[in-house]
Design a protein around this ligand. Structure first.
Ligand code: UDP
Ligand code: MG
Length: 209
C-alpha cells in the first residue's frame, strides 16, 4: 500500500505515534466569523499548518475526483459533506505536511464529524478556538467578500447559518462541557481579534522539534 495512515501509528522522532505527538486546534465559528483570516496570522507567528476543511473540499472538486460532483452539490446547499470524505482529506493533508501542529479550520461541523475524526485519527484536540460573532456581522462580511464562491449568496448563506446553529453549535457545547473551548469576540478588527488569540498559542512556540 502506498499510503501509510495516521492510525497506523507511524513513530515520530521522540518515539511517540503521530496521534500522540500531533497538536490539533479546531478553529470554529459561523461562516464569515474570520476563521481563515486569523488562521493565516497564527501560521505566520506560531508555525502551525493551516488546514481549512472547506478549502480541501473545494480542491477535491477542482481535482476532478469521483466525489467532486457530490461535494459541489452539498456546498451549494450549505450541507455537511459525509465525514468519511472530509476526515480522509484532513488525514492525508496532515501526513503530507511534515508538521505536527495543525489548525483545523471549519471542522468538525457536526457530532458525526467530531466522532469520526477522533476515532479514525486517534487525535484529541488541544483546544477549540471559537470565534463568536453576531449573525448580522457575519452576513455583512460574507456578502462583501466576493471571492467567487458558489455559497456566498444570500440564499446559501441563510442555509449555512441554520446548519451552523443546528449542527455545529452542539459540537462547541460538547467541548465547552469538557473545558476545551476558548471563546473569542470576533466582532472586532482583525488586529484586535488577533491580539486576543495570541496568548492562547504562546505555549506552543516551544514545542516544535
Ligand atoms: N464543508 C463541509 N464539511 C467541512 C467543512 C466544510 O461539508 O468540514 C462544506 C459545507 O457545505 C460548508 C462549505 O463546505 O458550508 C464551506 O465551508 P467553509 O469552511 O469554507 O466556509 P466558512 O465557514 O469558512 O465560510
Ligand atoms: Mg473559511
Amino acid at each position: 500500500m502506498a499510503t501509510a495512515s495516521v492510525e497506523n501509528g507511524v513513530a515520530s522522532q521522540n518515539g511517540q505515534t503521530f496521534a500522540q505527538s500531533a497538536k490539533v486546534v479546531f478553529v470554529l465559528g459561523g461562516p464569515g466569523s474570520g476563521k481563515g483570516t486569523q488562521c493565516a496570522s497564527i501560521v505566520e507567528q506560531f508555525a502551525f499548518t493551516h488546514l481549512s476543511a472547506g478549502d480541501l473540499l473545494r480542491a477535491e472538486i477542482s481535482s476532478g475526483s469521483e466525489n467532486g460532483l457530490m461535494i459541489q452539490n452539498m456546498i451549494k446547499e450549505g450541507k455537511i459533506v459525509p465525514s468519511e470524505v472530509t476526515v480522509k482529506l484532513l488525514q492525508n493533508a496532515m501526513e503530507r505536511s511534515g508538521n505536527d501542529k495543525f489548525l483545523i479550520d471549519g471542522f468538525p461541523r457536526n457530532e458525526e464529524n467530531r466522532a469520526a475524526f477522533e476515532l479514525v485519527t486517534g487525535i484529541t484536540p488541544e483546544f477549540i478556538l471559537f470565534f463568536d460573532c453576531p449573525e448580522e456581522e457575519m452576513e455583512r462580511r460574507l456578502l462583501g467578500r466576493n471571492q467567487g464562491r458558489v455559497d456566498d449568496n444570500i440564499e446559501t448563506i441563510r442555509k449555512r447559518f441554520k446548519v451552523f446553529i443546528e449542527s455545529s453549535l452542539p459540537v462547541i457545547s460538547y467541548y465547552d462541557a469538557i473545558g476545551k473551548v476558548r471563546k473569542i469576540d470576533a466582532a472586532r478588527t482583525v488586529e484586535e481579534v488577533f491580539a486576543s488569540v495570541c496568548p492562547l498559542f504562546a505555549p506552543y512556540l516551544q514545542t516544535s522539534v
